[in-house]
Design a protein. Structure first.
Lengths: 286, 389
């Protein structure tokens, strides 16, 4: 019986909360953003929302994931900043333009410029930015600082720590390397970073885990979640049965323009390990 | 930030005073305006509380219990359900010549205000001078201990008479004791600390454990291509070992096979649950299991207390009662540490008692802690206690 009255007084349907948001007063105005968030929030990331919707906040994603049993795990990924990278030859109209490439830090792919010009007035390096970096440092590029041997100059996410760059050459006999700025890739071996996976990837992993929880494991679910988490980066499946277990051979498609390829692959491998117990994924390197 | 009602009321009254300055409102309950401001303050306090609650709604560390259960329901995370205590009841045919049938129905045994019930769905035919067994469970959740009794009174729920040639007895139920539902506090703690919950083997374990007739379940899986020695057995590559306590039904096989068709380790060819499906040769697949073994240990506790407050007999009985759950334990815990016993005896709230020393021994050898494999349940065998000299 009580519920009828509680409904009439709007306790059960959020009417009061929506009213607080729709008709703010000096008290509720300070919480306008909070009310707006809960009125419009959708379980979507920033890129997927429509007008009138608000993407779910990172903290909320991590909280929901934790309740579901998914803890933000730490993964190893290739550093994007310090990498020696090789490409295939880039030939247009019979002419080799391989040197006119800039590395896109977001899509993790090389992009080529001025491929219609046989001669150009200035170096391709003038087009380089922090997000589209060039490997070669043109002669005469000013040195912005010095990197001392043994000093860690990268954050766990691979960003430069400005305070770690020395303004002068070290005088204690340590080795050093000139720093020309973030427009340039470093000539160093690829090294692994450890970093927690971000909220966007967590959301994809959570969605995949929940699909499995409700639909069970199957080859079709495996295909769906692979596309969901890796966006096509992991592909080329070949399943080989081996008695009580199966080997899933897969390839990595580097032409797919998505961000965070390494962490997506590692997230996918984590899902495989926790859900598909009798399938061993094996990468085929061509 | 949450403001208390008094802080809000003070702010509101100060603001009102600002409107009527240089006058000030009388802040007494006989002032109607003050009463109105109190009502407004109550509303404002509610808004602050609502906002704070909304901000932490999806944070399992700080959200309230209702929100935690709501989010858990959304994502399919469930509490560990409590169980009634089990009791093995022997059904004896005392007729020296003829078989007897225990008819279909629900049978009840009452022991100290607790009712144990078992159901017969197909008449049980018992040969002359033979016995059959059924496991009865209490109708309420919790731990209810019954020792072996040679002759017990069992009645039918519909009060119909039972064949006079049939008598009943029961077996000590120390290994079938139930427990209460996971509390909200325990649920929250598990959510925050158990990082394996999303693993499909952990999910399977919880599903099995939440079956009404299963008191404890553990599942081990070898996901490597080499044999793995575990405890006193070996798990083959991609083989699963299931350990259960309770009444085994074919529902267990259905739950396991719903995850995947695993090869399960056969400890005893007679211990299996059957999954029926036409896709299998013979139309069925056996899911093997084994019962938990015990990891036995002994315990010695030294304590001190004010002898003016308690008699030695009182203290000894209270301390023994505090550690009794460890004697009749049916639940797997990964570690047995001294801290468990410090906490258990402290929770007995014996005034002035201080635990000075806890010594755990395994096969006579003192250890600082015991690591319990998933195939075993820790059992306290010998408990000694003494007052410090």
């Amino acid at each position: 019986m009580k519920k009828i009255f509680r409904y009439a007084t709007a306790e059960l349907n959020g009417f009061f909360l929506k009213s607080l948001y729709g008709v703010p007063n000096p008290i509720t105005e300070q919480f306008f953003e909070d009310f707006e968030y809960f009125d419009k929030v959708q379980f979507k990331s920033g890129a997927d929302v429509f007008a009138g919707e608000v993407p779910i906040q990172d903290g909320d994603i991590f909280g929901i994931a934790k309740v579901a049993g998914l803890f933000p795990f730490v993964i190893s990924a290739e550093s994007l900043s310090g990498s020696l990278r090789f490409t295939q030859s880039y030939i247009v109209g019979g002419r080799n333009y391989s040197e006119r490439g800039l590395f896109n830090m977001d899509t993790e792919l090389f992009e080529y410029y001025r491929t219609t010009e046989e001669e150009y007035t200035d170096d391709i390096a003038t087009l380089a930015t922090e997000r589209k970096r060039i490997s070669f440092v043109p002669q005469g590029t000013p040195i912005l600082g010095w990197i001392k041997e043994g000093v860690n100059v990268f954050t766990p996410e691979g960003r430069i720590i400005p305070e770690a760059i020395f303004p002068e050459k070290p005088v204690d006999g340590s080795s050093y390397y000139p720093y020309f700025g973030e427009k340039y890739l470093f000539f160093s071996e690829t090294f692994l970073l450890t970093a927690p996976i971000d909220a966007a990837t967590t959301m994809l992993v959570l969605e995949s885990m929940q699909r499995i929880r409700y639909n069970g494991i199957s080859i079709s679910e495996l295909s769906i979640l692979t596309q969901l988490v890796t966006g096509g980066y992991v592909s080329g499946f070949e399943l080989v049965h081996n008695g009580v277990y199966s080997i899933l051979k897969y390839r990595l498609d580097d032409t797919i323009p998505i961000e965070g390829k390494s962490k997506r692959q590692l997230s996918w491998l984590s899902i495989m390990s926790s859900k598909f117990k009798t399938i061993i994924p094996v990468e085929i390197i061509t | 930030m949450i403001k208390t009602y008094d802080e809000v009321l003070t702010e509101v009254c100060d603001t009102f005073d600002g409107f009527i300055t240089p006058k000030k409102i009388q802040r007494v309950d006989t002032n109607i305006v003050y009463l109105i401001l109190k009502a407004v303050s109550k509303g404002i306090e509610s808004v602050y509380t609502i906002v704070e609650s909304l901000r932490s709604k999806f944070n399992p560390e700080t959200c309230d219990d209702e929100d935690l259960l709501s989010v858990a329901k959304l994502v399919g995370t469930s509490k560990i359900i409590g169980k009634g205590s089990g009791l093995v009841i022997n059904i004896i045919n005392n007729n020296a010549e003829d078989p007897v049938t225990l008819e279909v129905g629900t049978y009840l045994f009452k022991y100290e205000d607790v009712i144990f019930a078992f159901e017969v769905t197909l008449g049980i035919v018992i040969p002359a001078l033979a016995a059959a067994q059924k496991i009865a469970f209490t109708t309420v959740k919790g731990s209810y201990r019954v020792t072996s009794i040679g002759d017990i009174q069992v009645t039918r729920e519909d009060e119909a008479p039972i064949d006079s040639d049939i008598s009943f007895s029961c077996v000590d139920n120390a290994s079938l004791l139930g427990y209460l539902d996971e509390s909200n506090y325990e649920f929250r703690k598990r959510i925050l600390n158990d990082g394996t919950r999303s693993d499909s083997i952990s999910e399977l374990e919880l599903e099995l454990r939440n079956l009404p007739s299963i008191l404890e379940a553990k599942v081990m899986f070898n996901n490597t291509t080499v044999e793995q020695p575990i405890d006193d057995f070996v798990l083959l590559p991609f083989e699963m070992a299931i350990f259960l306590t309770g009444d085994i039904t074919d529902e267990i096989a259905a739950i396991v096979c719903a995850k995947s068709i695993y090869a399960t380790k056969m400890f005893d060819p007679a211990k299996y649950s059957l999954y029926t499906s036409s896709v299998f040769l013979g139309g069925q697949h056996k899911v093997y299991y084994d019962n938990f073994r015990a990891k036995e240990y002994d315990l010695a506790v030294v304590y001190d207390y004010d002898p003016r407050l308690h008699t030695p007999a009182y203290v000894e009985s209270k301390v023994a009662e505090a550690v009794r759950p460890f004697v009749y334990n049916v639940v797997h815990t990964p570690f047995i540490t001294e801290q468990l016993f410090y906490d258990a005896i402290s929770d007995a709230n014996i005034a002035s008692l201080v635990v000075l020393d806890v010594t755990i021994t395994v096969s006579g050898i003192p250890v600082s802690y015991i690591s319990v494999p998933s195939s075993r349940v820790p059992k306290l065998v010998t408990f000694t206690q003494s007052k410090a000299v």
